[in-house]
Design a protein around this ligand. Structure first.
Ligand code: ADP
Ligand code: MG
Length: 277
């Protein structure tokens, strides 16, 4: 990482609050400062590769500041919070997000992590397997929760917070985005504007917008079901070791994830049928 001095001392520091998972994130002018973590150098190298490959919808990595914090460009726009507001339920949002992820995958393809690469996981994670059997790996975002998608003019325009980026498959990565934005949740667990939506239609629209292959369409629902199971196992472990995850578990994950698991078992066949037609 390069050393830079973007005059942090002369500009006000504005705290940025997201999921509350990473502490100590501040905005300084048109940069963001975050604590350096074991995976920071790897992720900065990955972000540099994305930009060099023409994907500019992500923070620009700017090295480390004089206080030893990671420096990234501030990405302008609006970041929605949960519960997702009604305007984010529009189908155009799914289409644009799928286009964004398609472009991310195109840029990420061909980036081989260095031998000393370090990737992040949620604390105490026990199950870190990628799930779509036999699909090729690439490093991708893996955490398209509302706080990590920047909107402009009502549509997804950029991705931030690559803390969980690591080798995955295109299908697993898409399943994560669909979990949050279709969403792949029991209706009781969705934001009000999402309760009555046609889930198979929304998944199929996303698949078309991404340009999913026949194989990817066939393995998507099983991959999503395994991802939900993995979320369940890992969130429960994280809650045992980390107070932030304890709060997330108690407030929502403890009921949301088992419900999502049985919901995808019930609704999965209809989604897969729609994807094949
Ligand atoms: N590079 C960035 N550009 C614009 N906003 C950012 C950037 N990084 C973080 N933020 C804002 O700060 C919030 C929290 O940052 P994030 O990196 O997502 O941490 P966490 O989700 O771990 O709390 C984000 O939801 C977003 O609103
Ligand atoms: Mg975040």
């Amino acid at each position: 990482m390069t050393e830079r001095n973007p005059d942090a001392g002369q500009l006000e520091e504005e705290p940025l609050i997201g999921g509350g998972v990473a502490q100590g994130i501040v905005r300084v002018g048109d940069t963001v400062r975050r604590p350096v973590r074991p995976f920071t150098a790897t992720i900065q190298a990955y972000l540099a590769h994305l930009h060099a490959s023409g994907f500019s919808h992500a923070p620009v990595p700017l090295g480390v500041d004089e206080q030893g914090r990671e420096v990234l460009s501030f990405v302008p726009g609006d970041v929605p919070r949960e519960p997702l507001p009604p305007e984010t339920a529009r189908e155009e949002v799914l289409v644009e997000l799928a286009h964004l992820i398609r472009r991310l995958h195109a840029a990420a393809h061909g980036w081989a992590p260095p031998p000393d690469a370090v990737f992040g996981e949620i604390p105490g994670a026990r199950n870190t397997n990628s799930t779509a059997d036999g699909q090729p790996l690439l490093v991708s975002h893996r955490d398209y929760c509302p706080g990590n998608v920047v909107f402009r003019d009502g549509l997804p325009a950029a991705l931030i917070d690559f803390d969980l980026a690591k080798p995955t498959t295109r299908v697993d990565d898409l399943a994560n985005a669909l979990y949050y934005w279709v969403p792949l949740l029991h209706p009781l667990e969705r934001a009000p504007a999402f309760t009555d939506l046609d889930v198979p239609r929304r998944v199929a629209l996303s698949a078309d917008a991404y340009g999913m292959t026949e194989t990817q369409r066939r393995v998507l629902v099983p991959a999503a079901a395994r991802m939900i199971h993995r979320f369940h196992v890992n969130m429960r472990s994280a809650a045992e070791v980390d107070p932030v995850f304890r709060r997330i578990w108690d407030q929502e994950a403890a009921h949301r994830l088992p419900r999502a698991g049985s919901w995808i078992n019930d609704e999965g066949p209809a989604i897969t049928a729609r994807l094949a037609s």
